[in-house]
Design a protein around this ligand. Structure first.
Ligand code: NA7
Length: 538
């Protein structure tokens, strides 16, 4: 192994070359900062680079899930479907990298192993491990974590897994070569979005599929379709309108189907049914915008939840299977899934559903054991999700003032100010960090707002001859209380979701994203225009 070490000094180190890292690089270059981007993958794309599993698709419409910073880019790029597939989104990311010459600023196959703040020099020492084991140290004034919300896979320690003789895959770390399911007996563990998207496709390809379900999930049909060129041209003629509507969305449901500003309890049962039928026909996440209080009142929520449970029973022919698939939690509490033929898949002869809600699965050399029954499997797909929102941050070896590790500061939960910074970690910025709207809005909208805010803050420091920006402890305390207060006002904390960290054993249970993007954006703007109130500037 070659352990040569070289040293460098830049204005900013950016970690990650997904959409956040790419746009941060673009923007900082425009503003004349020197930047170094490190990416553990072999190319750009981030989440869309790793999540190559069969059926992977975005649950936000393609015309909305794209950058707005370049008019030429948004006019030139042609999307082919209402919801873009992972390969198409990855092609878009590659196109952005090519078009703006971003790859020249990115070190690929390079993992950040630690990032330590030096109290003397007031700069970050970032250690990386690159291809063929080349270690490198870079010193930077700013450390910008563009590591994504869904990038650190959750791989539960299943008993006996080492003994299993078959092949295993994780949806969030899928091989680049095609996985052949033909004539195989396959097991899928997990029924969140990744399971819901991959199960119908795998079922069509394999001999027999067994789905191991711990918690049933609500899912709404995508009604995906090719994008009509006329429709696309119409949107492009007024693209700014769609972008503005995106900025005004309180959630990530999609601005083409705005929230219906009435309560489900204010209409008759027949009227509610008509509205929900229309939303079901529209498809996708906008179903949750059928009424304005679905995430605020259990009584209101159950109107929509019961509607979907009835749909499920009308789709799945075997009543016992339908009952097992029937979710009991509040609809929208766990992220709503958007599917293409998920429940229909359980009508297939070659698909079996196994309930694992009351006891964990264990592995044998031949397959998965539930109770006394071993199901023999050639291949197991783990669709077990992510150490969401914090996993990639806590695994980067970040150490702040006074040699305090971020993992220690976040022992009881990811304290932060505006989801952008953490007290004790000067000049550290997080793009779509915990405490910001991130996954509860369109991620690309959230990324653009954060990148621009961070670049503006860095310009502010430079223009005023300042070198350090750090959240104040009191501002952070108030922000955390604010985010918790908003979450507690909703039904989000009522189930075991990854928003709460409940899917990862031992992770502190704190609701991490902040509902309400427009108010959040206004707050960030206010903080900046008041001279970065809540931050210490040195
Ligand atoms: P999710 O939504 O976190 O789903 C993971 C699934 O894996 C879910 O059904 C979990 O059950 C299940 N799981 C997790 N750990 C275990 C163990 N130990 N045993 C059995 N089953 C387990 O991840 P996805 O990748 O599907 O989606 C993440 C986001 O990506 C999605 O929301 C979209 O925004 C895109 P549980 O529900 O915890 O009982």
């Amino acid at each position: 192994m070659d352990n040569r070490t070289s040293s460098d000094q830049v204005d900013a180190v950016v970690v990650g070359a997904g959409f956040a890292g790419m746009y941060m690089l673009y923007r900082l270059r425009q503003d004349g900062f020197s930047v170094c981007v490190f990416e553990r993958g072999s190319d750009v794309g981030g989440t869309w680079y790793w999540n190559r599993y069969p059926g992977a698709r975005c649950d936000v419409e393609s015309m909305e899930y794209s950058f707005k910073f370049s008019e030429e880019l948004q006019q030139d790029w042609e999307w082919t479907e209402r919801y873009a597939t992972q390969p198409e989104i990855l092609s878009y990311a590659e196109h952005v990298a090519e078009r703006f010459d971003l790859r020249s600023g990115i070190s690929f196959d390079t993992t950040v192993t630690s990032a330590v703040f030096d109290d003397q020099t007031l700069s970050w020492s970032v250690q990386t491990m690159g291809p063929i084991g080349v270690a490198k140290e870079v010193h930077a004034q700013f450390l910008i974590m563009a590591t994504g919300c869904l990038s650190s896979t959750n791989e539960p320690a299943f008993d006996g897994l080492d003994e299993f003789q078959g092949a295993t895959y994780h949806t969030g770390d899928w091989p680049h070569d095609r996985v052949d399911f033909a004539d195989k007996t396959v097991g899928v563990v997990g029924t969140g979005s990744s399971g819901v998207q991959s199960i119908p496709v795998i079922a069509e390809q394999c001999r027999h599929l067994t789905v191991f379900q711990r918690t049933p999930n609500f899912t709404i049909p995508a009604h995906n379709r090719p994008l009509d060129p006329t429709e696309q041209a119409e949107i492009k003629a007024n693209y700014h309108q769609l972008r503005e509507a995106n900025e005004a969305m309180t959630s990530g449901f999609g601005s083409r189907y705005p929230r219906n500003e009435i309560s489900s309890l204010s209409v008759s049962a027949e009227e509610a049914e008509t509205i929900l039928e229309q939303r079901w026909a529209d498809g996708g996440l906008s179903f949750l915008g059928a009424f304005n209080d679905l995430m605020l009142s259990e009584e209101a929520n159950v109107v929509a939840a019961d509607f979907v449970r009835r749909k499920l029973r009308s789709i799945v022919r075997d009543p016992t299977v339908a009952e097992l698939l029937s979710p009991t939690q509040v609809i929208g509490c766990k992220r709503l899934c958007v599917d293409s033929g998920y429940w229909e898949t359980f009508n297939r002869e070659n698909v079996t559903l196994v309930d694992i809600s009351s006891e964990p699965i264990t592995f044998t050399s031949a397959g998965i054991k539930v109770g006394d029954v071993v199901r023999e499997l050639d291949t197991v797909v783990f669709a077990t999700g992510f150490d969401a929102m914090t996993g990639a941050l806590t695994s980067a070896g970040i150490v702040g003032r006074g040699t305090q590790p971020l993992t220690k500061t976040w022992e009881a939960g990811p304290v932060n100010y505006l989801g952008l910074g953490v007290h004790g970690f000067p000049n550290l910025f997080m793009i779509t960090g915990p405490g910001s709207p991130s996954v509860l809005t369109n991620m690309i909208t959230a990324i653009q707002q954060h990148v621009e805010w961070i670049a503006d803050a860095m310009n502010h420091l430079r223009q005023h001859g300042l070198t350090v920006i750090e959240p104040q402890a009191e501002a952070q305390r108030q922000w955390v209380a604010h985010v918790n207060g908003i979450a507690d006002f909703t039904l989000f904390p009522s189930c075991n979701s990854w928003y709460l960290g409940a899917n990862v054993p031992g992770k502190p249970r704190v609701f991490m994203p902040l509902p309400g993007y427009p108010d959040y954006k206004a707050k960030c703007n206010q903080v900046a225009s008041n001279g970065y109130e809540g931050f210490d500037l040195e």
